[in-house]
Design a protein around this ligand. Structure first.
Ligand SMILES: [Zn+2]
Length: 259
């Protein structure tokens, strides 16, 4: 048991060193202020509004979709097809089941995690290099896990990191996020657009991102439903950020540091 633990600790340190080196190498040549918009959990009510705004404003985005939603949400397949037809949009894999929102249980079975991700590839029609985000976990937070207040502890992260490795081995680029436009349980955005933009300004002034000068912003499709003025909010966000000198990046140019 001690040997296994030593091995895992050594592996863990080695991976951290690797991430650090890759981040430095990429950071040195990064653009000034680039934001990568990412939307999780679609297709959902709200997805349609997102696609409309991306198209109108000519802004790229990654949409990490859930296989189960494609099959069960009204017009799920049509929304997926519409998004796939847009060159501005990169469809990412966000699992088939979304872990049924029981993450600890989900990540206790590595084989099942990999199988769930591969199943989503089939439903989403993705192959072979697949951009992906794991449900309920921000893989970018691992290096700071000991300093931040997390819902899971370091030991759990170290254990789950092996799952992430196996998923990466199966052909996935894994993305976390640097910052989130938060929403309440019913999907309503918490920060106003102005508030969010001022938070982003501060982070670019003082924050350290996973890659220098590049912020991956997490949002969720459900935040952009009509009842929350989804179109207007997203349009206001993209226009305001552009006015303030931010560029929008395509996730395919982000070059993630895989585990
Ligand atoms: Zn999610």
């Amino acid at each position: 048991m001690g040997e296994v633990h030593d091995l895992m600790s050594a592996l863990f340190r080695w991976m951290l060193a690797g991430i650090f080196l890759v981040a430095c190498a990429v950071g040195a040549q990064a653009a000034d202020k680039t934001i990568f918009l990412t939307f999780d959990d679609g297709p959902l009510p709200g997805t349609k509004n997102i696609l409309s705004v991306l198209s109108q404003e000519n802004v790229p985005a990654a949409m990490f979709m859930v296989g189960l939603h494609v099959e069960t949400i009204p017009a799920g397949r049509e929304l997926l097809a519409e998004a796939k037809a847009m060159s501005l949009v990169t469809i990412g894999n966000h699992s088939y089941s979304h872990a049924n929102n029981r993450y600890r249980k989900y990540y206790s079975n590595t084989q099942a995690v990999v199988a769930d991700m591969l199943h989503a590839n089939d439903v989403l029609g993705l192959k072979p290099i697949v951009h992906a985000r794991l449900p309920g976990r921000d893989v970018f937070r691992l290096p700071t896990v000991s300093r931040e207040d997390l819902s899971i502890n370091v030991a759990q992260w170290e254990r789950e990191w092996l799952d992430y490795e196996f998923v990466a081995e199966a052909g996935f680029y894994l993305y976390g996020w640097d910052f989130e436009w938060v929403h309440s349980d019913d999907g309503k955005p918490v920060q106003s657009v102005d508030r969010l933009v001022s938070e982003i300004d501060h982070l670019f002034q003082y924050g350290r991102f996973t890659q220098r000068g590049k912020m991956i912003l997490l949002m969720h499709d459900e935040m952009f439903q009509d009842q929350f003025n989804g179109q207007e909010n997203l349009q206001a966000l993209t226009r305001t950020l552009r006015q303030r000198g931010y560029a929008f990046g395509d996730i395919r140019d982000y070059a993630p540091s895989n585990p």
